[in-house]
Design a protein around this ligand. Structure first.
Ligand code: NAP
Length: 284
């Protein structure tokens, strides 16, 4: 078997085209969706991520602001900025780029965001809504993975989904979203004893670990769908995922590439959440 590719780049294009049209409709009612991105310090990877997010906002017609602060900013100064953004009517979504410098409590900062503007889906109320199956903003990366499964009309009901990784931003919310669609879900992590025995039973595998070749062809059932969230650099410095793409492509029915897979979908779902925040405030 040679797997079909689920292209996050292509899927993103079509979703962003639809978002652009919805932004035009909203703007005719005098509403421009607005996203505030907060960057603290000079982490080069974070600088690239926020630039890409701001650029994506501009491309679909959002208003966006990039508030960059020095690493020396105090927690209370940062909290004051968030309180001001919570009150700013032009802003519908607030994103704090993580990680934050060690002297700042990231949880306290995230919890200061108005849940109605929590378009990253990291606030405790967003997490609680996901656990309870209530409406709320879903974290963008697993939300993007769900859209990729939806794009191939993958029926999750009754299927065995295995998620490798249990972080708050990817693995755990991913497992809850799959459960919400009636999959039988197994979560694996660094203390899982026989990963291969579990992944071999899976109809769909989502890998979110951050290590090269965590999933190899011998660990995948023929015809399984494989979603690779990982972002790593190989020995030549090239971007790659957690999955042995070459090998697993020969066994899986569908696979996501890195780059061009989950990465672009993450930003697209951020745009989707921000659009929804604007629509909720002005139309509901
Ligand atoms: P994280 O917080 O470091 O979590 C990694 C998870 O992998 C942990 O739950 C860890 O288990 C588990 N793990 C580590 N080694 C393992 C092993 N050998 N077998 C099974 N599980 C293992 O990472 P994250 O934030 O979830 O990110 C994961 C990857 O996704 C990273 O490469 C990150 O860059 C990438 N990512 C990509 C996007 C995107 O937009 N494409 C977005 C977010 C993250 P324990 O809990 O037991 O430690």
């Amino acid at each position: 078997m040679t797997a079909n590719l689920i292209s996050g780049t292509e899927l993103s294009k079509s979703i962003r085209t639809r978002i652009t049209l919805e932004v035009k409709e909203l703007s005719q009612k005098g509403v421009i969706p607005g996203l505030a991105v907060i960057l603290v310090g000079e982490n080069p990877a974070s600088q690239v991520y926020v630039r890409n997010k701001v650029k994506a906002c501009e491309e679909v017609g959002f208003f966006s602001s990039l508030d960059a602060y020095p690493a020396s900013i105090t927690e209370s100064e940062l909290l004051n900025h968030i309180h001001a953004l919570n009150k700013n009517p032009k802003i519908h979504g607030i994103l704090v780029q993580l990680p934050l410098p060690g002297h700042i409590d990231a949880s306290r900062v995230i919890e200061a965001i108005d849940p109605a503007k929590d378009v990253d889906g990291f606030h405790i109320s967003s997490a609680g809504a996901l656990v309870k199956g209530l409406p709320g903003y879903w974290p963008c990366t697993p939300f993007g993975c769900m859209k990729m499964l939806e794009s191939i009309n993958f029926e999750l009901k009754g299927k065995h989904a295995v998620v490798i990784g249990r972080s708050h931003i990817v693995g755990k919310p991913m497992a809850l979203m799959l459960l919400d669609k009636n999959a039988t879900v197994t979560i694996c992590h660094s203390a899982t004893t026989d990963l291969k025995a579990i992944t071999l039973q899976a109809d769909v595998i989502v890998v979110a670990v951050g290590k090269i070749n965590v999933l190899t062809a011998d660990m995948v059932k023929s015809g399984a769908v494989v979603i690779d969230v990982g972002m790593n650099r190989d020995e030549e410095g090239k971007l790659c995922g957690d999955v042995d793409f070459e090998g697993v492509s020969k066994v899986a029915s569908y696979i996501t590439p890195v780059p061009g897979g989950v990465g672009p979908m993450t930003i697209t779902m951020l745009l989707q959440n921000t659009l929804e925040a604007a629509q909720k405030r002005h139309i509901a």
